[in-house]
Design a protein around this ligand. Structure first.
Ligand code: TRP
Length: 450
């Protein structure tokens, strides 16, 4: 069967940006910035994006385009041997991440529902605040919305990533951005703006812990969809002469700007209303409704905001499921529908403990506490997959591309279609030394050796 391809280069950039821009930017980045005390964490994160994320992004897309295969097949075709394990790790990682990602996306669905039925604007700040805990502790609500979101994701992947998702991305990504700017303008006018600005960009090293540095690196991978072959898989649907280098730059810059905009929009609200910045996963779901419940046209904006959050999550979730699906199509010769249905079904089940993390319905919280050593199931999955598996996968991708991949293939693939060829040497140098050493240092630091 002929391999599917993007309809245009623009389609690829949009789909890849759709994968990168998701809950990681709007939900996760602000909340982990809050938990890790702001400024110093943000700086480490930006350094990780520029020196580690960007080169690995180009490497992943290149491996995909050069092999025209999904992760496992790509490593087999291009180098073989033990490197195939990196591809396998990616497939496993896809299962793990999507299983809890879908639970959070389910929260966004629930809030969309609340907004559509007018239950947010009418409440006022005090009424809005407890909504999140009610949701978090309800096992049945979490399960329901998790299932709904997984079914949506499966449906899109079954239909192929082609026209539908490309066209929707073209309309909705700019809308999301526009809305962020409106929220940003709103937060400019708030009393807590200066405090919020200082929190994000003020350099307070004393707040940065060992785990904070690890988390900044892990999040650089998470937010750019790197380290598990998602960008590699999207790259495998590219044509020979598409420009890898400028695409990587555009995707990374867009993603970073969106994360910073989201934080700048949220933290002033948080400080204005005297909320705690470090409360964790509920941050966006509390602060945005509070702001919206006060604005004229709040209901309208609430509907738009949460709907777009769902859509941003959907284009990301699709890329996660696509990795597993394309593995089954490429290696097991399954049909797309069967692959998406089975993989998505299994992920739906794997996500059940995460969906029940906030309540005590299934195992009781003491079980979750034991397994996660103080973290619940949801946090544990996120911690392991994001902070350890993704950077580890990224390490494998960097080492393979820099030290194992045939130089002729690599050089030609990099130059093909780009007018940024001057960066080849620098890129290779980053991949050969800076990326591996950087990741190794962060790992050693996290386990307390450095
Ligand atoms: N980047 C997405 C976000 O920020 C999540 C995501 C999609 C992802 N595909 C991925 C994370 C692959 C890691 C690996 O929300």
């Amino acid at each position: 069967m002929e391999r599917a391809h993007w309809h245009s280069r623009m389609g690829f950039v949009l789909a890849a940006a759709g994968s990168a821009v998701g809950l990681g930017n709007i939900w996760k980045f602000p909340y982990i910035t809050g938990v890790n005390g702001g400024g110093a964490f943000v700086l480490v994160y930006l350094v990780c994006i520029a020196l580690v994320g960007l080169p690995v992004m180009a490497a992943e897309i290149l491996l995909g385009r050069a092999s025209q295969k999904s992760p496992v097949g790509a490593f087999r075709v291009l180098g073989g041997g033990p490197w195939v394990l990196v591809g396998w790790l990616g497939v496993v990682c896809g299962f793990v991440i999507l299983s809890y990602y879908s639970v959070v996306a389910g929260w966004a669905l629930h809030y969309t529902w609340l907004a559509v039925t007018g239950q947010i604007a009418g409440l006022g700040p005090q009424g809005v605040e407890p909504l999140f805990n009610q949701l978090y502790q309800s096992g049945s609500l979490n399960l329901f919305w998790h299932a709904v979101f997984m079914i949506m994701t499966i449906a899109v992947v079954m239909g192929g990533v082609g026209k539908g998702i490309e066209r929707w991305s073209r309309i909705l990504m700019p809308t999301l951005f526009g809305l962020m700017v409106i929220l940003l303008a709103n937060s400019f006018t708030m009393d807590g703006f200066a405090e919020g600005l200082d929190f994000i960009f003020g350099f307070h090293t004393e707040n940065l812990t060992r785990d904070g540095v690890l988390e900044a690196l892990g999040h650089a991978f998470f937010t750019l969809s790197l380290g598990m072959g998602a960008m590699l898989t999207y790259g495998s649907y590219l044509h020979e002469n598409d420009d890898i280098v400028s695409a990587s730059v555009i995707i990374s810059v867009l993603d970073t700007v969106l994360a910073l905009t989201a934080s700048l929009a949220l933290f002033p609200i948080i400080f204005t209303f005297g909320l705690e910045p470090g409360t964790g996963p509920g941050l966006v779901f509390v602060s945005v409704p509070i702001a919206l419940s006060q604005m004229t046209g709040g209901t309208f904006f609430a509907v738009v905001f949460f709907f777009l959050l769902v859509f941003a999550a959907l284009t990301s979730a699709v890329s996660l499921l696509e990795v597993v699906t394309s593995y089954l199509i490429d290696e097991k010769l399954w049909s797309r529908s069967r692959a998406a249905l089975v993989a998505g079904g299994v992920i739906l089940v794997v996500g059940i403990p995460s969906a029940l993390s906030g309540g005590t319905d299934l195992f009781g919280s003491s079980f979750a506490e034991t397994v996660g050593r103080g973290r619940n199931w949801f946090d544990t999955f996120d911690y392991l997959a994001t902070n350890w598996m993704l950077p580890f996968g990224g390490l494998g991708i960097a080492l393979f591309t820099a030290w194992r991949l045939d130089d002729a293939i690599r050089h030609r693939a990099f130059l093909e279609g780009t007018n940024l060829a001057v960066f080849y040497k620098g890129w290779l140098l980053l991949l050969k030394f800076v990326v591996p050493v950087g990741i190794a240092l962060v790992f050693l630091h996290a386990i307390g050796i450095l």
